[in-house]
Design a protein around this ligand. Sequence first.
Ligand SMILES: Cc1ncc(COP(=O)(O)O)c(C=O)c1O
Length: 402
Amino acid sequence: MTLPLPAAQEHPFLPYGRQSIEDDDIAAVAAALRGDYLTTGPLVGRFEEALAKAVHAQHAVVCSNGTAALYIAARALGLGKGAKVIVPAVTFLATASAPHLAGAEIVFADVDPDNGLMRPKDLEDALARSGGAQALFNVHLNGQCGAVEEIATIARRRGLAIVDDACHALGTEMRPGDHPAGENAFSDLTVFSFHPVKTVTMGEGGAVTCNDAKLAAALALHRNHGMTRHPEDFVQADGFDADVPNPWYYELVEPGFNARATDIQCALGLSQLAKLPRFAARRRALAAAYDALLAPLAPLLKPVAHTNCLPTLHLYPVLIDFMALGLSRREVMARLKQEGIGSQVHYFPLHRQRYFAARYGKLSLPGAERYYERVLSLPFYAAMAISDVKRVSETLARVLGL
Ligand SMILES: Cc1ncc(COP(=O)(O)O)c(C=O)c1O
């Protein structure tokens, strides 16, 4: 028996995000597979050099994914038991889970209801509640960054280490023409993700950039089980025979995970990274098209508020006043899906997440609540056409009755 085929869709389904893989990306991965290394090989160092160059950092340490990158960042900064880390409440789980897994407790900060970014006063409030924090894991949500200089000034004054979670922000310039995310002009470490929905992908992949050789060495240590093969770091005599290092020997400094990236991942990462200027320009063009097409729907629908950076947006979120429209977000998403349009909510605030709510109790963060109740991410990826943006905008206006 043959099953009936589903009716051919007039338009292909548009997910909220997806990778853009081209023939040369496939060729680069195939070449890596034919090479001598599958795990750490020459492409790991080459990718790190290329990333450091692209974001104007002195060091880049590539690893298995963005979550691992956040974790090794926390370990490299020594954020263990007893440490407190400030994290804005609107972000993916990993920004808080990673330092928490390293041993730190999390203090959630509120965010701007109109763009989801932590403001200087939100940091001050969180610091006052924290009773003394050691680090800030700030988030460049959607690819935007807010008052990074003011935030850095406050954090530095309090002696906090600053980690920028730039998993959404590869290609963003913190000031137009200046300070690419990853340069660490206002932070100690910057974390990237190369998940398929991000601007550049490695399948799975992550990296940390910094300008401090000691921190870079600590990141590399924690990427690789917390073990060292460098004789200059050995403290035990077992490492040497008549003062000559034993070639098989390695020493465990502190237990850690295997967070290494493979040569296969780095082959794809290198090929994709070379396309960053083109992908960033494309994302900016798509965002400008959305901005123009959606402008007439204000004030009931508004794009997320712009800041004074030049973003390479990872997501295209809009803020919809579902209450005033008398519509539920679930219904709107279902209607869009019926019309071949994917959408997603980024994010359910972390202070309300089951684990953190149980651990830290009820917390009132009105900016995060207000952002969350209105936000919806629309399809946004480099391979989209302007006609796709038009279709999404028109369909959304129809579904919302605007
Ligand atoms: C803000 C943010 N931080 C961290 C991560 C974790 O990155 P990965 O999925 O590569 O582990 C993500 C992933 O979506 C993210 O959006």
